[in-house]
Design a protein around this ligand. Structure first.
Ligand code: ATP
Length: 248
């Protein structure tokens, strides 16, 4: 049986600055408990799609002018980012954005801000994050700005976990990181998905890695979905191989 839909993006159109049409009717689904990859070249519209869901688009003079977005069966396109987080949808935006002057642990604690919880719950949640990210535990007292790019990406994911999300939007986690660290991060994503049941929508330019860890994939070109399917089918597709995996 197929699992219920966690996130559903229905035919959205996005316009920047009132004139620039960037998404031309994008639809995608993330089934509950799955990892879905959103793929495509630089400028294809991945980040715009992610920001449409997380509502961060509004800060960039972008507007969803058509379509709808549903999370757990309810329309969420008019919510604030905080309301989304409270409902269980967290986001880790491109470029990481840890607070450089705070320690790793302080950064993680800021992720719990939308929830009223006891000190005990906070500590339990912190321990849960450290279980998945032992590196962060080692560096808990270090200023984030002085940790490696991989550790900062882990910190950003860890911080989003502090809000106990049922789903995480992860934008370009591999960006600027060495291949080995990228694998390490995707292994943790797979672990969180398998053990905690967190659903993921992962935007990635690194098609190869993303398709190895995802269950399903969507390929965007010029603001449209041009291909979608099971990750293993996409990875075996001749066009995908030629244009996105660099083999033919
Ligand atoms: P990247 O990997 O570079 O993030 P992407 O697939 O995520 O690429 P987007 O960042 O969504 O692509 O950009 C899609 C298109 O929208 C590009 O043509 C880009 O120039 C344009 N665009 C993005 N942000 C804005 C903005 N704030 N105002 C105007 N145009 C924008």
């Amino acid at each position: 049986a197929s699992s219920p839909t966690c996130l559903s993006v229905n035919n959205i159109e996005v316009i920047y600055d009132h004139v620039i049409l960037v998404l031309k009717g994008v639809s995608l689904q993330v089934p509950k408990g799955r990892i879905v990859a959103l793929l495509g070249a630089n400028g294809a519209g991945k980040s715009t799609t992610m920001k449409s869901i997380s509502t961060l688009l509004r800060g960039e003079r972008g507007e969803v002018t058509k379509g709808s977005i549903e999370f757990m069966g309810e329309r969420v396109d008019q919510l604030t980012p905080n309301e989304l987080v409270k409902r269980g949808l967290s986001q880790v935006m491109e470029g990481r954005h840890c607070f450089a002057h705070l320690t790793i642990e302080e950064n993680l604690l800021t992720g719990a801000y939308t929830r009223r919880i006891s000190r005990k719950e906070l500590n339990d949640q912190l321990e849960m994050v450290y279980t998945y990210f032992p590196r962060l535990k080692q560096r808990r007292g270090s200023q984030a700005g002085y940790t490696s790019g991989g550790e900062q990406q882990m910190c950003a994911i860890g911080r989003s976990l502090m809000a106990r999300p049922s789903m995480i939007l992860l934008d370009e986690p591999s960006m600027g990181l060495a291949p080995q660290i990228v694998e390490e991060i995707f292994e943790i994503v797979r672990d969180l998905n398998g053990k905690e049941g967190v659903s993921f929508l992962v935007a990635e330019q690194n098609t190869n890695v993303a398709l190895r860890y995802a269950d399903f994939g969507y390929i965007l070109e010029n603001g449209r979905v041009v291909m979608e399917g099971r990750a293993q089918d996409l990875a075996a597709n001749e066009d995908v191989k030629e244009f996105y995996l660099g083999v033919s």
